[in-house]
Design a protein around this ligand. Structure first.
Ligand SMILES: [Zn+2]
Length: 248
């Protein structure tokens, strides 16, 4: 499908496994990682016309930071890691960003967690940084502050932010100002235009036919707001994020 749709560089980014098997419902186990990478290596041989990159979408779990750096990137040779906060640390405990309304305190924790993730230097880019918006009824001051905290860190640590096209393929939901997509959300990206941040457009394909799906619409969002899309310059930011050694 990637070849048919004119893709030239294709990155795989399955959810990463964890040594303690947490959040197993949506990810592989540690002992499945070699097979995943072997399949990607086989795809490289089968499709020499594509440049294929191996990656993992990761939550930052402090006790597994070294697993991600030393095992995923160095020992197993993953090309890149993507940071993401489907869950986030709140007072030292992981909470899910799904399935309930996030309070102002939740949003502060979500933003702080995202900042700490970026600070590790592990992640080549940050997936759907506006994901929190799916779980807030109203865009209020807390949402504004959460966004600005994330955007400030993305600028400071030079971590590109993803406009995620998977959100565009999901059904709209009802919010205080009417139906809208859960993400990407206009308010977040309008604020992003006030910061020196880079943007990565990604299909987040969960099915082959979506390999490049809705990316045109994401690019349009970026262009309308004057955001800098850096997909083309991936060689300068994608590789070696883990070997930057963190910004601490
Ligand atoms: Zn994700």
């Amino acid at each position: 499908m990637a070849v048919e749709q004119g893709v030239t560089v294709l990155g795989f980014s399955e959810h990463c496994p964890h040594p303690d098997g947490r959040w197993q419902a949506v990810r592989m186990q540690m002992d499945e990682l070699p097979e995943y990478l072997a399949e990607i290596a086989a795809a490289r041989r089968d499709f020499p016309q594509l440049r294929i990159l191996s990656g993992l979408e990761c939550e930052w779990v402090p006790e597994f930071e070294e697993t991600q750096r030393e095992y995923f990137l160095k020992e197993m040779g993953c090309d890149f890691l993507v940071g993401a906060a489907h869950s986030y640390l709140h007072d030292g405990v992981f909470e899910s960003a799904y399935g309930r309304q996030l309070t102002a305190a939740d949003l502060r924790a979500y933003a702080d967690y995202t900042v700490q993730s970026m600070r590790t230097g592990l992640y080549a880019f940050y997936a759907h940084p506006d994901l929190f918006a799916m779980s807030i009824w109203e865009w209020d001051r807390a949402a504004d502050e959460c966004s600005r905290t994330i955007l400030q860190a993305a600028e400071e640590y030079r971590v590109p932010l993803e406009i995620n096209a998977y959100g565009l393929r999901k059904p709209e939901k009802e919010y205080s100002d009417g139906p809208r997509r859960m993400y990407p959300v206009r308010q977040f990206w309008e604020l992003a235009a006030e910061y020196q941040v880079s943007v990565v457009v990604s299909s987040d394909a969960h099915q082959p036919e979506d390999v490049w799906g809705n990316t045109g619409e994401c690019t349009q969002i970026a262009q309308n707001l004057g955001l800098r899309v850096v997909n083309d310059q991936y060689e300068t930011w994608l590789y070696g994020a883990g070997s930057r050694g963190g910004v601490k």
